[in-house]
Design a binder for this molecule. Structure first.
Ligand code: DAH
Length: 338
C-alpha cells in the first residue's frame, strides 16, 4: 500500500509539473485528488487495514496529499503568472511604429476675419454685446429713427416673420437694446448674423456684420475718424489710404461711408474698384439725437459715433475672393487655403 502511494505521488507530481495550462492542471487535480481518484479510494479503504497499519498509512496519505496540494498551488501560481506575462507582452504597444496623422480642423475664413476685427476693438477697450436674430420691427427700424412707411426702409430688403417681427436686417438694433438698459460711457461691438432678401455673387440672404458704437461726453467726429482709420489700417495694412465720404443713414447725423484704397490696383483704378481706386468698407456716423431720445439718453450731455460693416465683404477683399457662395459651400479645397 505504501509503495502504491509513493508511486501515485511520483506520477501526480510529474503530471502537475507538466500541465501546461490551468485547465489541464484542474484535470490533473481531479484525476489524482478528486472524489473518484485512486487516492480517495485508498483513504476510504483505510478502515480495512489492521489497527497497527492504519495510523502509519493514514499519516502517509495525509502528508502526500498535503505535498500534492502544495505542488498544485505552486504550479497554479506559476501558470497564472505566465498567463499574465503573456497578456502583457501581447498587449505591448510598439511606440516605435509611426503614428496615424491626426486631421486637424481649421477656423473658417469668415470666423478668422470676424475674430481679427473683434480683437482690434477689444484692444481699444470695447466690449461685446449680442442680440436676437429674430427681432422686433421696433428695434430694427423705429428705435433707429426709421419710422413706419419711411422710404429709407427700402435700404433693407426685409424678411418678415409676422406683422411686427422680422429677421434683423443689420446689427444696429443691438445699439438700442444696449442703450435702453445701460447708460454712457459705452464702448460696444456687436458681431452677428443678419438677413436680407438679396442674392448674387457678392450678396447672400444670410451674412455677418460687425457693429460698433461709442457714447460718452465730448465724443466728436474726430474720434470716429481716428478709431476707424486705425481699425482699417490694422485690417488692410498701414500703407493703405482711407477716406471718409458723406452719406446718409437714418440713425446717424452726419453720416459717412468709409473707403479704403483698392487692394487690387493700389488706387490706380481697376475692375474691382470700378475704376475709382476706392473700395467701400463701412457705414458710420455720429449717433442721431433722435436715437438718443428714444433710449432716454440726453443728447445735450452725450454724443457718440456708430459704425457697421459686412464681414464677408472684408474677407472677400482681403483674400481676393470673387464669389460669396464659396464661404458657405464648405468645399475643403477652398477652406484648406486659410
Ligand atoms: N446698419 C447699417 C447697414 O446695415 C450699417 C451702419 C451704418 C451701421 C452706419 C451703423 C452706422 O452703426 O452708424 O447698412
Amino acid at each position: 500500500m505504501q509503495e502504491k502511494i509513493v508511486q501515485i505521488e511520483a506520477q501526480a507530481l510529474s503530471a502537475i509539473n507538466s500541465a501546461e495550462n490551468l485547465q489541464k492542471l484542474e484535470e490533473v487535480r481531479i484525476q489524482y485528488l478528486g472524489k473518484s481518484s485512486e487516492f480517495t479510494n485508498i483513504l476510504r479503504s483505510l478502515g480495512t487495514l489492521s489497527p497497527e497499519q492504519r495510523p502509519q498509512v493514514g499519516a502517509l496519505v495525509n502528508q502526500t496529499k498535503q505535498r500534492l496540494e502544495q505542488a498544485l498551488n505552486e504550479r497554479r501560481n506559476s501558470l497564472v503568472k505566465a498567463a499574465q506575462q503573456q497578456k502583457i507582452s501581447s498587449e505591448k504597444i510598439d511606440i516605435t511604429l509611426p503614428g496615424k496623422g491626426i486631421k486637424r480642423g481649421k477656423i473658417h475664413p469668415l470666423t478668422q476675419v470676424m475674430n481679427e476685427a473683434k480683437n482690434i476693438f477689444i484692444c481699444l477697450g470695447y466690449e461685446i454685446a449680442e442680440g436676437p436674430d429674430v427681432e422686433l420691427e421696433y428695434y430694427n427700424f423705429d428705435g433707429l429713427n426709421i419710422p413706419p412707411h419711411h422710404p429709407s426702409r427700402d435700404m433693407w430688403a426685409t424678411f418678415f416673420i409676422k406683422d411686427d417681427v422680422i429677421l434683423r436686417t443689420h446689427t444696429s438694433p443691438v445699439q438700442i437694446r444696449v442703450m435702453e438698459k445701460r447708460k454712457p460711457p459705452l464702448a460696444i461691438i456687436v458681431p452677428g448674423r443678419v438677413y436680407r432678401r438679396d442674392s448674387d455673387a457678392t450678396h447672400s440672404p444670410v451674412f455677418y456684420q460687425l457693429e460698433g458704437f461709442l457714447v460718452d461726453k465730448n465724443i466728436t467726429f474726430g474720434d470716429l475718424k481716428g478709431t476707424l482709420t486705425e481699425f482699417l489700417r490694422q485690417i488692410f495694412g498701414r500703407k493703405r489710404n482711407v477716406r471718409f465720404r458723406p452719406s446718409f443713414f437714418p440713425f446717424t447725423e452726419p453720416s459717412a461711408e468709409v473707403d479704403v484704397e483698392c487692394v487690387m490696383c493700389d488706387g490706380q483704378g481697376c475692375r474691382l474698384c470700378k475704376g475709382t481706386g476706392w473700395l467701400e468698407i463701412l457705414g458710420s456716423g455720429m449717433i442721431d439725437p433722435n436715437v438718443f431720445k428714444g433710449v432716454k439718453i440726453d443728447p445735450e450731455k452725450f454724443t457718440g459715433f456708430a459704425f457697421g460693416m459686412g464681414i464677408e465683404r472684408i474677407a472677400m477683399l482681403k483674400y481676393g475672393i470673387d464669389n460669396i457662395r464659396l464661404f458657405y459651400e464648405n468645399d475643403l479645397r477652398f477652406l484648406e487655403q486659410f
